[in-house]
Design a protein around this ligand. Structure first.
Ligand code: ADP
Length: 460
């Protein structure tokens, strides 16, 4: 049952207990019914045998001129009632019935003792026999078939089984409805919780109207989400503020260093150290800019700045601007934008997606390689594709590619000026535009990054 849903487990447990209870009830009912019916029939046989004993005693005391067999037939007529009678005298000679052939109990060797015995006849019939002895030493055996009793028990049990099946079915149906109704709020809460992401921590779970444990759990979860929201906002505010505060001194530092480096009075021995310093400040500045972009994206984009943008045009213009960088590395860059692809969004951010993907493609493709940028549309999305014939990405690195600061080869990325945030920004922009990004790569053969953004119906 491991891994099965709670609903399934509850129903299985309930069903098992229900069936177990009904089986137990059936067994008790069967045992009780057979015991009481057989006991009643046994006592009837015993009484019948005693009545015959009284008749024999009277026959001895007040002779009527009839034989004992005639007397029994006259008084009890057992043959017409399908009773079984057997009387033997003290020597064991059969008195009734007179011929052994018509004695159904003949040859069964029933022990002569007062009481009741159960016997199975040669035709399989089960009979119960009551036995008494007279003062003169006669043994009277009176019996009756148990078969009608058993068939009555079986009929009762069949009825019980039918009723139990209907009851079990109805009870299971009721349990199904009850479990579904009880767990429906849990499913609604799970679905609502699954929709809550770091971008939508302001949302809350729906609290069921009934003031029960589930409502309590939902309220507790909502309080937890509130605390998470506060912590998250604090963290994001810190990121934005810190990046913002770092940006200005770094820009000043960069400007000043640039000026010093350009100064003809600069001592030549200082140039390499200052050059290295300038590079590092530039990297830092790029990192801070990237972090600020990410923090702003995390903080939630205002859709007020959104416009209807032709992704094909953005890709074509950006590719043209980046072509110089590719040419420097002797990489052929082509852009295929057969038609317009309208999306709703922030033009600058959409451009950033193309820049980051092309920048990576150029960085991780050796000279002589090829980069193809294309934009097409399907019924739902505008699709931007940046394909390169570069070094490719190892299979195990692909799931981590869009994580912050993830780099397949740290040293190489650093050497190329990378900070490990470019793809996180691409993913964050895609998410902010209700789209997503996918990657396909073969180590040593190249990579394809595909961005899917919801289409809009054209310029408004
Ligand atoms: P970086 O600034 O290091 O390029 P990114 O977030 O843009 O950071 O990329 C993360 C890592 O993904 C890179 O360090 C690189 O290892 C790998 N990567 C990204 N794009 C490509 C590509 N086109 N070809 C091969 N590797 C890539």
């Amino acid at each position: 049952m491991k891994g099965k849903s709670l609903k399934f487990r509850l129903l299985i447990w309930y069903g098992a207990w229900l069936v177990g209870g009904l089986v137990f009830l059936g067994v008790v009912l069967y045992a009780g019914l057979s015991e009481s019916l057989i006991r009643a029939l046994s006592s009837t046989q015993q009484q019948r045998a005693a009545r015959i004993a009284e008749t024999i005693w009277a026959w001895h005391q007040f002779p009527t001129g009839r034989t004992l067999s005639e007397e029994i037939d006259l008084r009890f007529a057992p043959r017409s009632k399908e009773w079984l009678f057997r009387i033997t005298d003290k020597d064991g000679t059969l008195i009734y019935p007179t011929r052994p052939a018509s004695d159904p109990l003949n040859g069964f060797g029933i022990a002569l003792q007062t009481g009741v015995q159960k016997v199975r006849l040669s035709d399989g019939t089960r009979v119960v026999i009551g036995m008494v002895s007279t003062e003169q030493g006669e043994w009277i055996q009176a019996g009756e078939s148990l078969e009608p009793v058993y068939s009555r028990i079986h009929e009762s049990m069949a009825l019980f089984l039918g009723v139990a099946c209907i009851f079990a079915l109805m009870a299971m149906l009721g349990a199904c409805l009850l479990v579904r109704r009880t767990l429906a709020p849990v499913e609604a809460i799970a679905a609502a919780a699954a929709r809550i992401t770091s971008q939508s921590l302001s949302e809350r779970l729906p609290v069921p109207r009934q003031r029960d444990e589930i409502a309590h759990l939902t309220e507790t979860l909502n309080q937890m989400i509130s605390r998470l929201d506060e912590a998250f906002q604090l963290n994001q505010r810190f990121e934005v503020d810190a990046s913002h505060e770092l940006r200005t001194p770094l820009t000043i530092l960069k400007g000043e260093l640039e000026q010093v480096l350009r100064d003809s009075r600069l001592e030549p021995w200082l140039q390499p150290s200052l050059g290295l310093l300038f590079e590092e400040v530039q990297r830092l500045s790029h990192l801070v800019e990237s972090l600020l972009t990410l923090s702003r994206l995390d903080f939630g984009q205002t859709q007020e700045e959104w416009e209807t943008v032709d992704l094909s045009e953005v890709a074509a213009v950006t590719a043209e601007q980046m072509e110089l960088l590719a040419e420097d590395k002797e990489i052929t860059m082509t852009c295929q934008t057969p038609g317009r692809a309208w999306v709703s969004g922030d033009r600058a951010r959409l451009k950033q997606i193309v820049v980051n993907l092309c920048d990576n493609a150029i960085k991780y493709t050796n000279s002589g390689g090829r980069i193809t940028i294309s934009v097409r549309s399907n019924s739902e999305n505008a699709i931007l594709e940046v394909q390169d014939t570069g070094m490719g990405i190892p299979h195990e690195a692909v799931p981590h590619l869009f994580e912050r600061f993830f780099r397949v080869d740290r040293a190489r990325s650093r050497e190329l000026g990378g900070v490990g945030i470019g793809l996180s920004i691409v993913k964050a922009i895609c998410q902010a535009h209700r789209g997503h990004v996918e990657v396909e790569s073969r180590l040593g053969f190249g990579s394809t990054f595909r961005v899917f953004l919801p289409r809009t119906s054209g310029q408004t």
